[in-house]
Write a protein that binds this ligand. Structure first.
Ligand code: ZN
Length: 466
């Protein structure tokens, strides 16, 4: 009985761990590597296991750094079942199909470039829509809180991780020749008291914990203070007569924003605005969110019961077509536009920025992390001028960065989740930069836990571990 760390050990993306029990082999997540050195090469590299020899995959949640290599796993021979919650399966469809379309576009662009330069060889997408469709056909949904035998000797229970809709922590009871071990994989853990979602759920005792540590070294800005700030930005923006642009990730952040608009509709004077959700992917993801009220926290249920609709925004326009998106650019003021991509590296937000950034009466509100080298980061860093689609664009609009919207728990949240586990089980930290994982390790040791940072390739003998 063994557990081996493979991906998201010593880094944040590419989540994947291998469990061997009773001659069966299962994967916890099968994520895409994003950022860092040569991610494409690493994603294409052979798995350190035979894909056809994997009996099942358990997926914690559908972010692409957790599920993005499932289509490749299928292409390389995996034919087992992928276990996930129903909402996770629905969102995985949106994210994997979008990922495939993007891969195919990138490959086509590269092939045109090679043809133009007279270079040989064809670029192939990492996976195609057919691969994604085939992988999605392997999904089987399992409800939260229901113990389910996924393989002989492997009993799975999902518990809410409060990170995005359908996200789960994975409780496993493993049996092999009279030996029994209970292990917990946290998945990505959300903040306590985040909108719409329930808090990360505690669970029963375990012999070993594998836990994320993304923000193990920091504390987020206070959420209530963030909402006060957003309200003030919007009220002030209305008096200046321009537009407000909010770059946002399609899954999670867009729904959080719409929900907060619904709860603060009067306080923020939102009736005087036209609100646009300008992203087909965010619209699809929102529909999954609104389709699963059984997963909401108490406040969201209360709001839904009172208004009969989520989000209760009579002036919300959903823009699916390019024409609808372009029409927004003819509106001089009074429009709030939520659009992707979250870091402004592509998508419809780019056109809106081009039109509105040079106008001092407009506002741009960032609600998420902006990686080095992205257009979003250049704007956040206060540059006077940025390049958009090859053209220099003056930045005269007001730029705001709001810190309290993270989908990840901070150090305090992570410690709180761990503290709710009975008996301080030994914990291995994954899914974090070294500094974040080490900081959380030290904090948990201070709380009396045996904590280690996992390194890729380390294989634990679970029989000896307890
Ligand atoms: Zn995630």
């Amino acid at each position: 009985m063994h557990l081996q760390f493979f991906g998201a050990a010593g880094e944040v993306t590419g989540s994947c761990h291998i469990v061997d029990v009773g001659g069966r082999r299962l994967l916890l997540d099968c994520g895409l590597i994003q950022g860092g050195a040569a991610p494409d090469e690493r994603n294409r590299a052979p798995f350190p296991f035979d894909a056809a020899g994997i009996d099942a995959v358990i997926l914690s949640h559908p972010h692409i750094d957790h599920c993005g290599r499932l289509p490749l796993l299928h292409r390389r021979g995996f034919r087992g079942v992928v276990y996930a919650t129903a909402a996770c399966r629905d969102l995985a469809r949106i994210l994997l199909m979008d990922g495939a379309a993007m891969q195919q576009r990138d490959a086509e662009r590269e092939n045109r470039r090679r043809a133009r330069d007279g270079r040989k060889g064809r670029a192939e997408p990492l996976y195609t829509e057919d691969d994604a469709e085939a992988a999605l056909g392997l999904f089987r949904s399992v409800d939260y809180g229901r113990a389910f035998e996924v393989l002989p000797g492997v009993e799975l229970t999902f518990r809410d991780a409060g990170h995005i809709l359908g996200s789960a922590s994975v409780w496993l009871r493993l049996s092999e020749g009279g030996l029994e071990r209970r292990i917990v994989f946290s998945g990505d853990l959300g903040q306590y008291d985040s909108p719409i979602l329930r808090d990360p759920e505690p669970g029963p005792a375990a012999d070993l914990v594998v836990m994320e540590s993304t923000y193990g070294d920091r504390l987020h800005k206070d959420r209530d203070a963030t909402l006060v700030e957003l309200g003030e930005i919007l009220l002030h923006a209305r008096s200046r007569g321009g537009n407000v642009l909010i770059p946002a990730f399609a899954v999670g952040r867009s729904q959080d924003l719409l929900y907060e608009f619904g709860t603060h509709f009067e306080a923020w004077d939102l009736a005087s605005w036209r609100i646009f959700l300008d992203s087909p992917m965010a619209i699809e993801a929102s529909q999954v969110y609104w389709r699963h009220p059984e997963l909401y926290d108490e406040e969201a249920r209360e709001l839904l019961g009172r208004t009969g609709d989520l989000p209760p925004l009579p002036n919300l326009a959903l823009c699916r077509t390019v024409e609808e998106s372009m029409a927004i650019n003819r509106i001089p003021g009074g429009a709030i536009v939520i659009a992707g991509s979250g870091m402004c590296t592509g998508g419809r937000i780019v056109q809106h920025l081009k039109h509105n950034l040079p106008r001092p009466e407009c506002d741009v509100v960032f609600t998420g992390f902006q990686a080095e080298g992205t257009l979003g980061r250049a704007i956040v860093n206060g540059r006077d001028e940025v390049r958009i689609l090859g053209t220099p664009v003056r930045v005269a609009a007001r730029v705001h960065t709001l810190g309290g919207f993270s989908a990840h728990g901070d150090r305090a949240d992570l410690r709180r989740w761990y503290a709710a586990l009975p008996g301080k089980p030994p914990v291995w930290l994954v899914h974090g930069e070294a500094s974040a994982s080490e900081a959380l390790r030290d904090a948990l040791r201070g709380d009396g836990a045996t904590a280690e940072v996992a390194a890729a390739g380390v294989r634990l003998d679970l029989g000896a571990a307890a």
